[in-house]
Write a protein that binds this ligand. Structure first.
Ligand code: FAD
Length: 532
């Protein structure tokens, strides 16, 4: 009987794994690769550009699973795995698949704040292309949207939504907090043009004794008067503050510190090489149809109906304000899809003991796998992608885990290499150096972004220095390099991503560049030429 390889999940990790496994199998080796997913689509990955060895610009598209699989000699089964045990997978339909090796790539499910669960169809949690389609429908004709979250999904939403007012609610202190520390976010607000977007920032800039109960009313739902207060129940109006009554106030995040380059150390001491200027960003959007208000360090506590029927939904924020909206869009991260594996004997990460360790990985709660061979604790069972937590003791010093397409693709490929060896009776192992340095290429607010290594100095125990340039108002680039003992450990490149390869090599080579520091981020210096 031919060996059976089963891959669970047709997302980026699973599809890559099935494809590579099928390609790696010698023609004379009888192996059936079966791919199982409840959806009839596969996430196909196309390389758009290779910015460095590891930073890949990928495009993801939905393709017909049956057609895609047939063309690649893979058997596709539309079903949901409900149990994995003793060398077999049991599915929802009752079908059972025996395997010699199995890859679990069941991804992660979007996390929705408690108050928003079961809040009706005015709340949309972004998870995949299906939800993006319903997003388009929901936004058609919308007057105001509340966007929840500060990460990549939320940033993309705020950037893309047009002709609609946005209230952007985030738990953290700054835009982009899942990716950037506060310092980088501050500089990037200029490069990303957030000053152009943000006409108002809610929160700590509000005077305490301000009358925000909003006694006025207006026929127009977007009036500066209190449309929500007049439309929400009087009880709610008394308890809550109505954000429509807030005047324009530019908060501290939106004040740019202008100097270049700047060096600062771990303890927060800032050595400014040129005198700094503090300049407020514009308080008015250039696009009069799109106004973004930001509510930082804020959460939605509950949602209610608007009795007066002006808004389909009213969000009650933790700062006491109420926001009437047509739709609430949630992009607050994901949790690994592993609940269905409880009782299977597969070791699941229980979260990390300390916060510091958690920040090193950033991806707790998944199936524990070793980066050396993508294997779980159960023989013959491998895992890849968003459903995993990669063991930190098996990765390079400058690799961190994040739930991203590029990492799902890398893990899927590594998993296939390892499974292929295992199926041939050799010790399971990956071939490449995929887990030595973190690299992510993306776009935020239409700007090319490359993140390398420990770009926020995440988990760096020794003292470090950061060198940065750009990020001033009017600048279209920002570079920041993290140096530890004179060696580059991480970098953020926004706009000027052509230097990414050089920085990746510097991280990998561990060259002492302490003589250079500021020159590393000087846009007029051709670093590639210098190091050649
Ligand atoms: C809205 C949104 C936007 C994003 N944008 C970006 C971006 O711009 N750039 C980026 O790098 N990353 C982005 N991400 C993250 C990225 O999508 C994920 O990191 C990546 O898709 C993970 O791939 P995966 O294969 O591990 O999981 P998934 O792509 O989630 O695939 C998992 C698959 O498993 C299937 N499955 C689930 N349970 C079972 C089961 N029991 N049996 C069988 N099959 C099952 C699912 O149907 C699914 O097809 C985004 C995520 C979201 C939610």
């Amino acid at each position: 009987m031919p060996a059976q390889a089963v891959v669970l999940g047709g997302g980026v990790a699973g599809a890559t794994c099935a494809l590579e496994l099928s390609a790696l199998t010698p023609p004379d080796t009888p192996l059936t690769v079966t791919l199982i997913d409840p959806q009839p689509i596969i996430k196909a990955c196309t390389l758009v550009a290779k910015l460095t060895r590891s930073a890949l610009d990928l495009a993801i598209s939905d393709v017909d699973a049956a057609e895609w699989s047939r063309a690649r000699g893979i058997v596709f089964v539309q079903d949901r795995a409900v149990a994995v045990r003793d060398g077999q997978v049991r599915c929802q339909s009752g079908a059972v698949f025996r395997f010699s090796a199995c890859c679990i790539a069941t991804g992660a499910a979007p996390f929705s704040p408690h108050a928003l669960r079961a809040a009706g169809d005015s709340v949309l949690t972004l998870r995949d292309t299906c939800s993006v389609d319903s997003l388009k429908r929901k936004l058609a004709g919308a007057r105001r949207a509340v966007v929840v979250g500060a990460g990549g999904i939320a940033m993309e939403l705020v950037h893309e939504i047009a002709r609609c007012h946005i209230v952007w609610v985030m738990k953290g202190t700054h835009v982009g907090s899942p990716f950037f520390d506060k310092r980088a976010a501050e500089q990037l607000s200029n490069v990303f043009g957030l000053g152009q977007l943000s006409c108002e920032s809610l929160g700590d800039s509000l005077p305490e004794n301000r009358d925000v109960t909003g006694s006025g009313s207006s026929a127009s739902p977007l009036s500066a008067q209190s449309t929500i207060a007049s439309s929400a129940s009087s009880n709610e109006t008394e308890k809550g503050r109505n954000i429509d009554a807030f005047g324009a106030g530019v908060g501290p995040e939106w004040v740019s510190r202008r100097f270049q380059p700047v060096l600062f150390d771990k303890k927060g001491k800032i050595e400014i090489q040129q005198p700094s200027k503090y300049t407020e960003l514009e308080g008015r959007s250039t696009n009069s149809q799109k106004i973004v208000r930001i509510a930082k360090e804020c959460e939605i506590l509950r949602v209610t109906k608007d009795d007066a029927g002006v808004w389909p939904i009213v969000a009650h924020l933790s700062d006491g304000s109420m926001v009437g909206a047509d739709v609430i869009l949630v992009g607050t991260g994901v949790l690994p899809n592993v609940n269905w594996l409880r009782g299977s004997g597969i070791e699941i990460d229980q979260g990390f003991a300390s916060k510091r360790e958690a920040s090193l990985s950033g991806c707790p709660g998944g199936i524990l796998v070793s980066a050396e061979n993508m294997s779980t604790n159960v023989r013959g069972l491998f895992a890849a992608g968003d459903c995993t937590t990669v063991r930190l003791d098996t990765v390079g010093a400058d690799w961190i885990q994040m739930r991203l397409w590029s990492q799902a693709q890398t893990a899927g490929r590594a998993c296939a290499q390892s499974m292929a060896r295992y199926l041939q009776g050799e010790p399971a192992a990956c071939l490449g150096l995929d887990f030595d340095v973190f690299a992510h290429a993306t776009q935020f607010f239409n700007k090319k972004v490359v993140l390398l290594g420990r770009y926020n100095a995440q988990g760096v125990k020794d003292d470090y220095r950061m060198v940065e340039s750009g990020g001033e108002r009017g600048d279209d680039h920002y570079i920041r390099v993290v140096l530890v003992n004179g060696r580059v450990r991480g970098a953020i490149l926004v706009g000027e991503v052509d230097k990414a390869e050089t920085f990746e090599n510097l991280i990998l080579d561990g060259l002492d560049v302490s003589q250079l520091e500021a020159e590393l981020v000087d846009p007029s210096i051709d670093l590639e030429d210098y190091f050649d």
